[in-house]
Ligand binder design. Structure first.
Ligand code: PA5
Length: 462
């Protein structure tokens, strides 16, 4: 099970100017937290509340469809190519990188257990797209187009390019190489899929993009490359049983939510750092960045009162970023909460050979790289404590589907509870829509002429 070590934010450890009296704060907020948690669970099935992601651990139907399709296409493709952006791809990238063997796409088919390579296109950089198309054989590629809205500019541009090439290479058969994950009824891509006869999967109602990793958005690509999705859903269910608990002393998501909220609003610590000590977890901060930023960055409360909510998320990777960011974290503005993610047991052990006697490096010989990365994390935390910086450690016993799912689900619940503490709408993203509208206008989409004009008027003076 996931564990949270919050001692590093205590004022007994880092002093009362920067640290919390944890016991007193838990007592002060225990009723409010209990109300927030029970309210979330009460509302989770109500349409329009955006809380269906809380049910995904229990959604056997999706798992069944996904596994059935994955079995059907087993051995038929060399590559999976996922097209999407934001919440449609970040979770997939983070979890496949965590759970597949390192350097997966460079392994032979046998080393991959017969499963395909997996690529994600999540941008519209021409060099990157052309580069990928140069190296993969589209005829042997299953393309999964993922977009909840069904008309996201970047994803649709990618889709149009790939569809055109596939059609040229495969004639009418190209349809077998495209599968779509989108809303069950609305959106242009739903319409196209029906006309074209693509196999489709659904992003359920009331699951926002950034909360959608445990729908078919993530589960389908995972199953296609042989990741056990039952382990993932089991992890969520088991943690959910704990996160239902309205008692703050028993609920790690509520604890971390309250700590971040208080450190921001009372102590000005408005930057949240997520720092896994693991290469396998290196894309989890990217996923978390979207979750935390789009959910909490809001300028009005539920009652439409002005507010400037939202700690800024920053990703870092240990031990590497000890050599990039840590000087700033230690001696720069004391406005950050550093969340370490530590793993109990690595999959392998790597010995450092005893080949030199020099005092400067000889001490390393006979130790393991496992000892080293753990020592680096301990030393970094100790130094941050020396500088009175708040730290939290999220511990996962090992990097497997069960625990990775728990890590992401805990961060989702933490985000929902933090949003409720700020009293904001955690589940909308109005300013992202505004940028979309300007882009539609600039690219000539009918009906968005007003957005194009407004944009030209504005940029004339910049
Ligand atoms: O969280 C969200 O809803 C967004 O960030 C979306 O994930 C992102 O904009 C992509 O949208 P769509 O899945 O509709 O293509």
């Amino acid at each position: 099970m996931l564990e949270l070590d919050i001692r590093g934010v205590s004022q007994d450890i880092i002093g009362s100017e920067n640290g919390l009296n944890i016991q007193a704060e838990f007592e002060n907020y225990k009723t409010q937290i209990a109300d927030i948690v029970s309210d979330l669970y009460k509302r989770k099935d109500t349409p329009g509340e955006g809380l269906q992601w809380m049910n995904l651990g229990y959604s056997q139907e999706t798992s069944w469809y996904v596994k059935e399709y994955a079995a059907l296409v087993e051995n038929r493709f060399d590559n999976i190519l996922v097209l999407g952006i934001g919440g449609s791809t970040l979770g997939g990238i983070a979890i496949t990188h965590a759970l597949l063997k390192p350097y997966w796409n460079l392994l032979s088919k046998e080393q991959r257990g017969g499963y395909p390579r997996i690529f994600f296109l999540d941008n519209v950089d021409p060099d990157d797209i052309n580069g990928l198309l140069d190296i993969i054989d589209l005829k042997k590629t299953l393309v999964n187009v993922i977009t909840k809205s069904g008309d996201t500019t970047e994803t649709m541009a990618q889709y149009m390019i790939i569809k055109d090439r596939l059609e040229k290479e495969l004639d009418d058969d190209y349809r077998k190489n495209i599968i779509v994950t989108t809303d069950k009824k609305t959106g242009i891509l739903r319409q196209i899929s029906e006309q074209e006869g693509y196999k489709t999967f659904v992003v359920p109602d009331d699951v926002g993009g950034r909360f959608s990793v445990f729908t078919a958005v993530g589960l389908l690509p995972f199953a296609l490359v042989g990741i056990n999705i039952d382990e993932i859903t089991a992890g969520i269910r088991d943690l959910d049983a704990q996160l239902k608990n309205t008692n703050i002393y028993e609920n790690i998501a509520a604890q971390n939510a309250l700590i971040h909220y208080l450190l921001d609003t009372k102590y000005g610590k408005d930057i949240t750092v997520l720092m896994p000590y693991s290469e396998k977890l290196k894309f989890i901060p990217d996923w978390f960045t979207q979750l935390w930023a789009e959910s909490l960055g809001k300028n009005k409360t539920i009652e439409e009162k002005p507010i400037k909510a939202g700690p800024t998320p920053i990703g870092a990777i240990g031990a590497r970023d000890q050599h990039t960011l840590m000087q700033l974290f230690n001696e720069g503005p004391n406005n950050k909460v550093i969340n370490f993610v530590r793993i109990g047991e690595f999959d392998t052990t790597l010995d450092i050979p005893q080949i030199f006697q020099y005092t400067g490096i000889g001490y390393l010989g006979g130790k393991t790289v496992n000892n080293l990365i753990n020592a680096e994390a301990d030393s970094t935390q100790a130094t941050l404590i020396d500088y009175s910086r708040p730290t939290i450690t999220i511990k996962i016993p090992k990097v497997d589907g069960y625990h990775i799912a728990q890590l992401l689900y805990m961060l989702e619940m933490q985000t929902a509870i933090t949003g409720a503490l700020y009293n904001i709408n955690t589940f909308d993203q109005p300013s992202v829509e505004q940028t979309r509208n300007y882009t539609y206008g600039l690219m000539g989409r009918i009906g968005y002429e007003g957005s194009a004009k407004a944009l030209h008027d504005k940029l004339e003076y910049v």
